[in-house]
Design a binder for this molecule. Structure first.
Ligand SMILES: C[S@@+](CC[C@H](N)C(=O)[O-])C[C@H]1O[C@@H](n2cnc3c(N)ncnc32)[C@H](O)[C@@H]1O
Length: 225
């Protein structure tokens, strides 16, 4: 899957492209991530891409032309891309939407800054607005990284064989509890059932624990199952 990112801070993306799951996916040629510096599309020599809002008020607003030109350039290279504006006003990212996005060929992620972007871009140039939650952060970059990570985990081969099968939300439940060495620490022991090597019984126990976990921490998920 291919990601194009429109941003004022391309270096931020090295946090996901240099290390970890996404970096491995890139090495295996399962993923590609390309950043576009929006200032390269500025229409003035100062490389500005923002201006004060009409009607007054604080902050600056990202202008139409640099964003529009950048999207057109991306579309010349990647014809079938879906353009997403990361925004607190968008549809909320959840597992269902992550799976839906992972079936696309390519995503272009527009990262806002300041007060956000000129509304005419939202009306004319983007396909979807997506939020990572009901709070405001300072820029779309962290949201884009969250989205890229979650979507990339769905691409076959990016994770190891069994890694994501029982992740939280996959089947509407939270994950079961995990334990590793040592068997005992500070008076706490690993549940006996995980030590006896009887896989069928372990599977039943894990399902029960996943249900119990969900009931305790996120009962709302059980209602929509
Ligand atoms: C300070 S915010 C602007 C918020 C805007 N004035 C509002 O209240 O809707 C700057 C940028 O951060 C990004 N952003 C902020 N909160 C976000 C969220 N919850 N999900 C995704 N992106 C977000 C958006 O790209 C936004 O343009």
């Amino acid at each position: 899957m291919h990601f194009d990112i429109i941003t004022l801070f391309p270096k931020m993306f090295s946090a996901i492209t240099d290390e970890g799951v996404i970096a491995r996916g890139i090495k295996k040629s399962l993923l590609s991530v390309n950043t576009w510096q929006l200032r390269d599309f500025s229409v003035n020599k100062y490389r500005n891409i923002d201006a004060p809002p009409y009607g007054g008020g604080g902050g600056m607003v990202m202008q139409v032309k640099p964003i529009r030109d950048c999207i057109s350039k991306i579309k010349q290279k990647t014809i079938n891309t879906t353009v997403v504006y990361l925004s607190p006003q968008g549809e909320k990212l959840d597992n269902k939407l992550v799976v839906e996005l992972s079936e696309l060929e390519s995503l272009t992620l527009l990262c806002g800054r300041y007060e956000g972007i000129d509304e005419r871009v939202i009306e004319n140039d983007i396909d979807r607005e997506i939020s990572i939650g009901d709070y405001v952060i300072s820029g779309g970059e962290l949201g884009a990284m969250v989205l890229i990570d979650a979507v990339s985990r769905q691409i076959p081969g990016v994770l190891g064989n069994q890694e994501s099968l029982n992740d939280s939300f996959v089947d509407g439940l939270l994950d079961y509890p995990h334990y590793t060495r040592p068997e005992k620490i500070d008076g706490q022991s690993v549940p006996e059932i995980l030590l006896n090597g009887h896989q069928a019984k372990i599977n039943v126990w894990r399902t029960e624990q996943a249900e119990r976990n969900t009931y305790k921490k996120r009962p709302d998920l059980l209602k929509s199952r």
